[in-house]
Design a protein around this ligand. Structure first.
Ligand code: GAL
Length: 716
């Protein structure tokens, strides 16, 4: 249990929900907003509105037979509640809830605002979202609305209020999902209402036009504003470029709008929902500070995990990299940085695809279970499959659920049964926490600034991906640590001190406050690694007159005396570090050590051959490294090995690179998840006697893991 802000250690009240005399969901108010259950629980996404009512009972019976205890419903069902403006009907879901309750199934009920009905968008076209050129996105898909339209906010408030008031007392409902996947499909908003709200947002933030002009650098190219009405979100421009400082502010505004819309709903839900019902939403998407949203609106986050994106026809090999479906661990790591135990609201259960795009193969035998355990290994305690049955109409006819159109038994349902059986053997792990001694620092400002900034955005993506991959391949569990600035959840030195190593590859925007936090972390004994392009921008993305790397100079004991991106005719840059020749790709900062800092590696090649490439600075009880380049996977691995931080569990188990190691711990005991993502067997070496919790089998020495196989090991 964590300490509260006032320094008192309070055990937060856990609310226990009794369903049919069985405890199912607890709800905790932990600082990290974790889901709290008394066992690992399975659910499924179900759309009663897609099927004749006579199928419901059989569907629910079969869910129970497969170990499913929770059903999520209604996220696209606005027409079922309000078929005509102002006419509200409740019978349809009353019947469903009564039946679910009679069967002993619990329900997560959703607000239906992701798909405003045709009557609504026809009568009030101003609720529609727009492209940057002002053309409206029309009815026909989903997420076609904007967050700032006054009328949409009113209609949202009314339907959420009516639904919650009516359904909240129903004993089947254990929690609420707000909307569906905020900012999926589209994460930019350019309707008239958004332009207007942007002006209000800027007025609140900057108060005067002078302050705004100064912060946004509008002196450049004569962009100075003389009236608030001259200000717009970005619009089409010659060569498509926009003021970079306004572009960053725009992303902050999109996030602010999304959170304010989510809060509108959360506040209504809290007014009417029963005390023990939780509030969540699903997914993590662009231009949204999901940490802030969770803090201000939710009890915990849930994520939608579709590892099969790695295998779809149009999969981008650069994004998927060598990890392929294992790269979904990236998103799970992100979810875990919000809620240490989270839920999976949609876990892939079949082939994926719309009729227009995304051709994904069926999960191979074993992958449904593998991906379920991938989620659990990273901290998920609730796994809800998408979806019960493949839909027979609409855009998603190829997005397959557990059941096919035929509704006949199939291998995926069989695999679910064995998955459920296995999960029953690890219920004691519920609430256990993922164990990592190293973390990659992330923050939304650099992420959003890097979208437009081609000098640091792609570099940061490249290095983040390299560090993540290196940690995966060397079986070095890694967390993401998101820097938080809001008062309630401000990142503290104690938050950082949980890690022996922090990597902040390219902190281009680095404020004095963040730098002093990092400095305090190093001083108390931490190790920090930073890379090229650190610290030259301020919070608005401007480049103030000061030596680089700005506020990082004192921490890393370094000055950047020259810098260059590597052009197409530059040789692949390298650096010599003791006896290793490491990659120093993409961008080079040529360094000069300050005071007692030491040069560890020098560049090889280019006009700065022999100049310092890597500097280490001892500070207090810790040390900080500055590497004047991007990090390749190999370079990141070299760092992990040289610092002695790779493979922290090597005394217990030795694994091939193809297999993942994840560790969860509870009550001082560690449990090792070993996942084989390959379509062939792999061999591991179990060095201390262990028991595979899934089978009860004692293991030591060479052990074979079947293709797509999973082990959960407990020390004997
Ligand atoms: C998710 C979404 C679901 C479904 C699924 C498959 O993003 O929440 O409603 O669309 O993808 O496409």
């Amino acid at each position: 249990m964590k300490e509260c802000g006032d320094g008192l250690s309070i055990r937060h009240p856990h609310v226990i929900i009794m369903v049919n005399n069985r405890q199912v969901f607890h709800k905790s108010n932990d600082k990290d907003k974790a889901i709290s259950l008394d066992k690992i629980t399975l659910g499924v996404c179900y759309y009663p509105e897609h099927w004749p009512e006579h199928l419901w009972e059989d569907d629910l019976n079969r869910m129970l037979e497969h170990g499913i205890e929770v059903v999520r419903v209604a996220e696209f069902a606005w027409n079922k509640f309000e078929p005509k403006e102002g006419v509200f009907e409740y019978d349809f879901f009353d019947n469903f809830l009564d039946l679910a309750h009679a069967k002993g199934l619990k329900v997560i009920f959703c607000t239906p605002t992701a798909t405003p009905p045709a009557w609504l968008t026809h009568k009030y076209p101003e609720v529609l979202n727009a492209r940057q050129d002002g053309i409206l996105y029309r009815h026909g898909l989903r997420r076609h609305y904007n967050y700032n339209s006054k009328v949409y906010r009113e209609l949202t408030a009314r339907i959420v209020e009516n639904i919650t008031k009516h359904y909240a007392p129903h004993p089947a409902i254990i929690g609420w999902q707000i909307d569906n996947e905020f900012n999926c499909e589209c994460n930019t908003f350019y309707s008239e209402a958004d332009h207007k709200a942007f002006r209000t947002y800027l007025k609140d933030k900057f108060k005067t036009l002078d302050a705004l002009n100064e912060a946004m650098g509008t002196v450049f190219w004569n962009q100075t504003y003389t009236d608030w009405d001259e200000i717009h979100l970005s619009r089409p421009t010659v060569s498509g470029c926009n003021n970079p400082h306004m572009a960053l502010e725009e992303k902050r505004f999109f996030s602010h709008s999304t959170i304010s819309y989510c809060k509108l709903q959360a506040d209504i839900l809290r007014k009417y929902k029963l005390q023990d019902q939780f509030i969540t939403t699903n997914g993590i998407f662009g231009h949204l500070d999901s940490h802030e949203m969770t803090d201000s609106c939710l009890d915990f986050i849930t994520y939608d995990s579709y590892p099969n994106f790695a295998f779809e026809n149009s999969a981008d090999p650069k994004r998927v990299g060598i990890l392929r479906d294992r790269r979904s661990c990236w998103s799970l790591t992100r979810a875990r940085s919000i809620s240490s135990n989270f839920g999976i609201m949609e876990q892939q259960a079949g082939a994926g695809g719309w009729d227009t795009r995304m051709k994904q193969p069926a999960p191979k035998p074993g992958q449904l279970k593998l991906w379920t355990f991938q989620s659990i290994a990273h901290g998920a305690d609730f796994i809800s499959y998408f979806r019960w049955r493949s839909c027979w109409v609409g855009t998603e006819i190829y997005w397959h659920g557990l059941n096919d159109y035929s509704n006949e038994p199939n291998r995926r349902l069989e695999e679910l049964k064995t998955t459920y059986k296995d999960i029953q053997n690890i219920h004691s792990l519920v609430g256990s926490k993922y164990q990592a001694k190293i973390a990659l620092i992330k923050d939304y400002d650099n992420e959003w600034d890097g979208e437009q900034d081609q000098w640091h955005g792609p570099l940061a993506d490249y290095s983040d991906n390299s560090w993540f991959t290196a940690a995966q391949l060397t079986h070095t569990p890694l967390d993401f640590l998101y820097l938080r600035y809001s008062n309630a959840k401000k990142t503290t030195v104690e938050d950082l001190a949980k890690y022996s190593l922090l990597i902040y590859p390219h902190a281009t925007i680095l404020t004095e406050e963040t730098a002093s936090l990092l400095k305090a972390y190093v001083k108390q004994g931490g190790i920090l690694i930073m890379g090229a392009r650190t610290g030259y921008k301020d919070e608005y993305g401007r480049c103030p007159m000061r030596p680089m790397p700005g506020y990082a100079a004192d921490i890393c004991g370094v000055k950047v005396v020259d810098y260059t991106t590597l052009g197409p005719f530059d040789e692949a840059e390298k650096a010599v570090w003791d006896d290793s020749l490491i990659d120093a790709p993409i961008f080079n900062d040529i360094l000069e050590p300050k005071d007692k800092a030491k040069v560890l590696a020098t560049f090889k090649g280019n006009y700065y051959d022999g100049a310092p490439a890597l500097v280490v600075n001892n500070l207090g009880m810790g040390r900080a490294y500055y590497f004047g380049a991007g990090f390749s996977i190999e370079t990141a691995e070299t760092f992990l090995k040289k610092l002695g931080l790779a493979e922290p569990y090597r005394d217990l188990v030795e694994l091939p690179r193809e297999a993942e190691l994840a560790v969860r711990a509870i009550d001082g005991k560690e449990y090792l998840f070993i996942l084989n993502y390959m379509g062939y067997e792999v061999e591991i070496d179990v060095k201390k006697p262990m028991v595979n919790m899934l089978t009860g089998e004692a293991l030591s020495g060479k052990v074979t893991i079947e293709k797509y196989g999973v082990l959960v090991l407990e020390h004997k």
